[in-house]
Design a protein around this ligand. Structure first.
Ligand code: SF4
Length: 434
């Protein structure tokens, strides 16, 4: 274990405070899903997209179980299986890809964008999916665009699958027209209901035009240029942010819209960029803020001073630790994050109460030892760790549930808190039943 003192002790700004935190670095065995998981929520959001994974039977089984595919459903994702002859270079995988894409488009004429998704096997044999995507786009343009991205287990954070997909879209965004007025892109896949709520708030604040990336359809791609402002709804979009910044867009630093406080500060970052006056901001946000605060009250009563341990899994852990400690009064024993992107996390770190131990990376056995020794009331962890921890009497919450559930914004603050209070209520009920 290496404890790294971070940055300059003399800096006094809130951002500089964030950089002064000690972060335990761990480099050891990890336990997490691969980036293929991302296409489960992306294909629900992008209603005219099809995801074709170029992978193995393991990938297909993983997607079938993670995606809950039923035999009578027709999901907009599939796996092109690489067989031994493909892996040995004895066949031309391009032929298989061409056939698969032709069959998809024949069966699903509503599809307008196809993603060739790289997996461990295709990465290992260095299959050039970018070339295939270019060739297929030229075949089917303008009706269909084909892009590619890698989402293999060689990257160790499952949410990076979304980042890789959005990065592929970001490269394809058109240039904004010269002299275009300021526009806002909200980055990160949000459920439609949350997107609609934010859109109404931005409208009422006079902020716009606003686009959400990913959008529902290929035709809704926004232009990007020097007048583009970026507001990140998810913290794991470093590569997409880098690409858009390189194209002239300016990121608005803010915490993430998780909980009432995070949502207010996130909206405020956009409001300041559009010079919205304080009175208007208060008037527009007050109803949602008050509903959110009321919705949290009952959960805070259950969770206050309860102790929680967050394993690194989705990169949402630091915003969650901030929300759980500041708005629900929980005691965070440890907050782990697979990566700590300091620039994208500086506003969160400024808000995080002092004394919360942070860990970047993972050494899963040592982390399990610390967790078992601490006996927290609740553990947020990946699916693979939940059963072993429950077996030693600890109560767990699956972190992937937070990616699949609507948790952003004022109206979802109570639902987010309930995801943490429900396991506690269940445990209390079981204790009474004994
Ligand atoms: S991409 Fe790799 S880690 Fe993910 S399911 Fe396929 S083989 Fe497993």
């Amino acid at each position: 274990m290496t404890v790294i003192p971070v940055m300059n002790e003399d800096c006094a700004s809130p951002v500089a405070d964030a950089f002064r935190r000690d972060v335990r670095q761990e480099r050891g065995p990890r336990q997490m899903f691969c980036g293929l998981a991302g296409l489960i929520w992306l294909h629900r959001k992008m209603t005219d997209a099809f995801f074709l994974v170029v992978g193995s039977r393991t990938c297909a089984h993983f997607l079938q179980s993670a995606g809950g595919v039923m035999i009578f459903a027709e999901p907009r994702f599939a796996t092109l299986l690489l067989e031994e002859r493909d892996l040995a270079g004895l066949t031309d995988v391009d032929d298989g890809l061409d056939d698969a894409v032709a069959r998809i488009l024949k069966r699903r004429p509503d599809v307008r964008q196809i993603y060739l998704v790289g997996s461990c096997p295709s990465e290992v044999i260095k299959l050039d999916l970018s070339r295939a995507a270019r060739r297929l786009t030229s075949t089917y343009h303008p009706r269909v665009t084909v892009r590619h991205y890698a989402a293999s287990g060689l990257d160790t954070v499952f949410t990076r699958g979304e980042d890789a997909c959005l990065a592929a879209i970001a490269r394809d965004l058109p240039d904004a027209a010269p002299g275009a007025r300021a526009s806002l892109i909200v980055l990160g896949a949000l459920p439609d209901i949350v997107e609609d709520q934010f859109r109404r708030l931005f409208d009422a604040l006079g902020i716009g035009p606003v686009s959400f990336l990913p959008g529902k359809r290929q035709g809704s791609l926004p232009g990007v240029g020097r007048a583009t402002r970026l507001l990140l709804a998810q913290p794991f979009l470093a590569e997409t942010t880098r690409i858009l910044e390189a194209r002239g867009a300016l990121r608005l630093p803010a915490p993430y819209p998780i909980g009432v406080e995070g949502t207010s500060l996130w909206l405020k970052a956009a409001a300041d960029a559009w010079a919205v006056d304080a009175g208007r901001f208060d008037a527009v946000t007050a109803p949602g803020r008050e509903r959110g605060i009321r919705a949290l009250e009952g959960h805070a009563a259950l969770l206050r001073q309860r102790r929680i341990f967050l394993f690194p899994d989705s990169e949402l852990e630091i915003p969650l630790a901030r929300f759980l400690s500041r708005e629900l009064g929980m005691t965070v024993i440890e907050a782990g994050t697979p990566y700590l992107h300091r620039t994208l996390m500086d506003a969160e770190l400024s808000l995080l109460p002092d004394g919360i131990p942070l860990t970047e990376g993972q050494d899963v056995d040592r982390q399990l030892d610390r967790c078992r020794a601490a006996r927290p009331d609740l553990v947020l962890c990946g699916l693979g760790l939940a059963n072993p921890l429950e077996a030693v009497g600890l109560t767990t919450k699956w972190s992937i549930e937070l990616i699949f559930s609507p948790i952003h914004g004022y109206e979802q603050a109570g639902d987010l808190a309930q995801l943490f209070s429900r396991p506690m209520t269940r445990m209390t009920a079981l204790d009474f039943g004994r």
